[in-house]
Design a protein around this ligand. Structure first.
Ligand code: AP5
Length: 209
């Protein structure tokens, strides 16, 4: 099964992707994670991506599409995969349609008023990628799963988050209608707990088996 996770920044795509990937043995492909890995390794793509990500803008379509095409062409994606954060523009969705068949698009719908706090309060483990909210950490600075150091993403500050939300509204939100018209869209309300959201997503995935 080939799945797309759609949703605004902070909607909980990464949180749900980890759970789905574990339960359904689907490779989790996050374009954001791929760019951050490239930035860490100071590759040419990383240097280019950084200039856009730091401003809350999208990395150009041609760069992003090439990365995804290469990634889903690998052996571990032969029996399905889950895309997190791709596509983000109509052009990316059309490029994806030209190379693969998508079975389901899960759109996590969260009140915009919650997103700024979720993102500015997020802390991420440097080692395993687990994310936390600062209000529930009780002052802890290490990951309760693996002991790794927690850090704040550079793009999780109020100004950049606002820009990411604006970009989402202008360029990514139209994908909801795009996939609705294709009959592929599954909407799930993301305002409740991660466990509750996951239970609804899992019920949908099980119904498609
Ligand atoms: P990316 O890394 O994809 O960032 P994003 O889409 O902004 O999404 P986030 O990772 O910030 O949020 P999320 O929805 O995964 O939420 P999470 O589960 O962490 O992209 C970063 C940048 O890379 C982009 O801005 C762009 O520049 C570039 N890029 C990436 N893909 C691209 C593309 N296709 N084209 C061009 N450029 C691209 O949850 C957030 C917080 O909320 C966490 O603290 C979590 O613990 C908490 N939380 C999650 N679920 C719940 C819940 N149900 N209740 C309460 N709290 C919750």
């Amino acid at each position: 099964m080939n799945i797309i996770l759609l949703g605004a920044p902070g909607a909980g795509k990464g949180t749900q992707a980890t759970k789905i990937s574990d339960a359904y043995a689907l490779p989790h492909i996050s374009t954001g994670d791929i760019f951050r890995e490239n930035i860490k390794n100071q590759t040419e793509i990383g240097l280019l991506a950084k200039s856009f990500i730091d401003k809350g803008q999208l990395v150009p379509d041609e760069v992003t599409c090439k990365i995804v095409e290469e990634r889903i062409g690998r052996a571990d994606c032969q029996n399905g995969y889950m895309l997190d954060g791709f596509p983000r523009t109509i052009a990316q969705a059309e490029a994806l349609d030209a190379i693969t068949k998508i079975d389901l698009v899960i759109n996590i719908d969260v009140d915009f008023s919650l997103l700024m706090d979720r993102l500015c309060g997020r802390r991420v483990c440097k080692d395993c990628g687990e994310s936390y909210h600062v209000s529930r950490l009780g002052g802890a600075t290490t990951c309760s799963r693996c002991g790794g150091e927690l850090y704040q993403r550079k793009d999780d500050n109020p100004e950049t988050v606002q820009s990411r939300l604006d970009v989402y509204n202008a360029q990514t939100a139209p994908l909801i209608e795009y996939y609705e018209k294709k009959g592929l869209l599954f909407n799930v309300v993301g305002n409740t707990t991660p466990e509750d959201v996951y239970a609804k997503v899992a019920a949908k995935l099980d119904s498609l088996k």
